[in-house]
Design a protein around this ligand. Sequence first.
Ligand code: DPP
Ligand code: ZN
Length: 843
Amino acid sequence: PQTIYLKDYTPFGYRIESVDLTFRLHPTATRVISKIVFAPNPEATDKRFFLHGEELELISATVNGDPITPRLVEGGLEADVPEGPFIWEAEVEISPQTNTALEGLYMSNGMYSTQCEAEGFRKITYYPDRPDVMAVFTVRVEGDLPVLLSNGNPVERGAGFAVWHDPWPKPSYLFALVAGELINHPDTFTTKSGREVELNIWVRPGDEDKCAFGMEALKKSMKWDEDTYGREYDLDIFNIVAVDDFNMGAMENKGLNIFNSSCVLTSKETSTDANFERIEGIIAHEYFHNWTGNRITCRDWFQLCLKEGLTVYRDQMFSGDMRSHAVKRIEEVMILRARQFREDNGPLAHPVRPESFVEINNFYTATVYEKGAEIIGMLRRLIGDEAYRKGCDLYFDRHDGQAVTIEDWLKAFEDATGRDLAQFKQWYSQAGTPRLKMEESWDDGTLTLTFTQSTPPTPGQSGKKPQVIPIAVGLISPNGDEVVPTTVLEMTEAQQSFTFEGLGARPVASVLRDFSAPVILEREIDNDTRAFLLAHDTDPFQKWEMGRALAKDTLMSMIVKGTKPSFAYLDAIKSVLVDDGLDPAFRALSLGLPAQDDLAQSLFDAGVTPDPQRIFEAREELRHLLSAHLREVLPALYKENETGAFVPDAEGSGKRSLRLAVLSLLSLRDEGVTARALYKRADNMTEQAGALQALLSAGLGTEELQAFEAQWKGDRLVMDKWFTMQVASAVPETAAQVAETLSRHPAFTNKNPNRFRAVFGALSANHAGFHHESGAAYRLLADQLITLDAINPQITARMSGAFETWKRYDADRQDMIRAELERILATPGLSRDTTEMVSRILA
Ligand code: DPP
Ligand code: ZN
C-alpha cells in the first residue's frame, strides 16, 4: 500500500461551485446521480482532473452534457476537461445492503445510514474526497420510506422524496444521508440572536422514550457554546439520528449528526451513570464540531487534531462545567494514561500531527484526540483565559469557511498575544511522553526546584528537543497550610531551576497540579510525604494522585519484593474514605486501584518484566486486605450513600459510585448478601449492573447473570453490558474460554461493532486473561480478527492495537504474540487498514 506524506500536500486543481446529488435508494442497487460545477483553482498548479471513487459501478458520465469515457485508475478516475468552468455529471450504482464495512452508504437494521469521515464519500460517488474541497450541497433523496434526511435545511418534501439544501460550504466527509422508519423526539432552541432552531433526535420505534436526556444535553451544549465561545448555531434545523451499527461513537455531519445508539439512547433502567456522563459529553462534542471542524475544517487529514484535539478540549470543559471539574480532570488523566501514554510507549507512537500514513482511519487515536486536547489545555494555561478567548475569536473570524492547518491555529494565538509559539509547536510534531525529573534543594528560606526533561525515542524519531512545559506548583507548609498557591512555571530548557524565596519552614511541593502537562513526573518522594499531600493538598488532582501513587508503590512492592502492604497506605485511604467533607465521587476514585495494564507498564519502566498472573494476584490480595482493613467503615458508608429517586447528575452519580466501590469490597466479606439484595431491589441500571459486577468480582453472581439475560435479552445495548461483564470479570485461566463460548452465543454477531467490542474489547482489557501463559486469548483474538477483517477492516485494525504492548512481556509471550501477528499479516487479501497496523506493531 501507498504511504501518504504531509510534505507532499498540494491543492486540488479545481474548485466546486455547487453539488447536486440525487439518491434513488435501493438495498442492493442504489443509484447516485451527481451534478457538480467545477472551476479551475487559481491557487493550484497541478491541473490533473482526478476524482476519488471506490466500489462504484459507473453507469454514465458527461462533461458539459457530452458523454465521456473516463479513465478508471487506482482509487478513482481521470478525465480530460475544459480549461474554464464546466459541469460534471455522473450516475453510479452502489449496494448499501452488502456494505458491512459501515463506511459510505450502508444499511443497518433496515435503515440507510452513511459514514463518510474520513474517506467514505468516495464509496458513494466520484468526487474530490478531500477536506480542502468545500462545496454547497443540494441533495434529493428518493425512497419509499417515511423519513428521508440529509444535511442542511429541508427544502421540499413529497411522496417518496425529500430535498435538502446546506448553504454552508463543507467537505465531503461531512455529508450524511439517513432514511428509514424513524420516530423523532422534537424540541426547539432559540439562539442568542433570537433564531428558533428545530431540534430532533431520530430513533427506531421503541426507542422514543430514550431521547430526553440526550435532548437536554444538546440544548445545554448549544447554550454553553454561545456563552463560552460566542458560537451560535447556523441552520434552521439540527438532527441527531441513532444507528445501531456504527464504527465510531458519533459523527458530526453538518446539521445531521449520526450517533452510535450506545452514545445517545438513555433511560435509568438501561443506562448507567457512566453512560449518562459519557453521552452528555459526546453530544456536546459532536455539536461543538459545528464550529471546530465544520465551519472551519482541516486542510488535510494530517491536521485531524486541529478539529479533534480542540473539540475534545471543549467537551471536557463543558462536562466540567456541567458536573465537577475536579472529578472530570481525574477521569481524563486516567484515560490519557491508560490509552495515550500506552500508545506513546509502544510501536504505534506517533506525533499529534503525524507526518505520514497509509490509512487515515488508523490515526483516530488517543494521541490525536486526548493528547491533542492536552495541548490546547497547556496553551490556555500558558497564555491565560482572556488571551485564550481572544485567540479563539481571531481564529473563528479569520478562518470561517476555510480548510486550515495547525500553523493557522497557532498563528491566531501568536497574533492575539504577541507571543512566539514556535517552540510550543513541537507538541504537535514530537511523539512520546516527556519524562520530567525533579530535584529539590532547601537553603535558608529558599526552595529550589530543578527540572530536567527528556523524551524517549519513538518509531522514526530520535534525538528529541526540549518542549515548553507548564508546571503548576503549589507549596504546603509542614503544618498543612498552603504557603504558595498554584503558580505556573514555564519550562523551556532541557534543564531549568525555579526558586521560591522568603519561606519560613521547608514546605512540601505539590507539583503538576491539575495535571498541567501530559508528562511523566519523576521525583524522589517517600510515602510519608505522599500521605501528607494526600491529607493536605488543596489541589484535588494532586490529592488523588498521591493516593494513587501510594497504591501503586504498595502494589509494586508486593509484586517485586513480596512485601505486605503498609498500614500507611491503608490508613491514608481510610481517612479519605470517611472524610465527609470530600465529594463522594472523589472518594470513590481514591479507593480505586491502578489498572493491571498500568502496573505492567510501570514494572517494565522499572526494569522488571511484568508477570500478568502475579500482577493480578497482588491486586486481588490488596483488594482483600482493603476489605479487611476497612471492614468497620464499609457498612456505614454503604448506608450513608444511598440515593433517593434516580437522577443522573453529578451528585447522585458520585454517591452511587462510592456506594458501589464500597459494595465491591463488602462482597468479598459477606458472601454477596448485600450485593444480591441490591440486585433484587435496583430500579436503575447503575445499581443493577453495579451489584452484578460486585458479585462477579467476588467470584459469585451465576444466578444473577442468568436473570439479567432473561430480563434484558430484548435490549441490544444492555446485552452488550452482559457480554462485557462476563469477559471482564473472568479469572485469568478462563477468560479466553468465556469469550470463545460467548462468541457462539446466538446473540453474538461480528457485524455489529458494539457487540464485537463487548466481547473482544473486554478480552483484551482483561489483562491477566488476555496475557494468560497458555496463549489461548492471543490465538482467539487473532482468529476473530482474521475473520472480521473481511467484514469490517476499520474495527479489525483498531482492535489489533490489543497487541501493541507485546514487547513488555517475557520471551515466551513475545514469541506467541509475534506468531499471531505474523499469521494475521499472512492472511490473503488482508485490508490496508489491518496491514498497516499489524506491520507497525511488529516493526
Ligand atoms: N466522529 C468522530 C468524532 O467526532 C470523528 N470526527 O470524533
Ligand atoms: Zn470529534
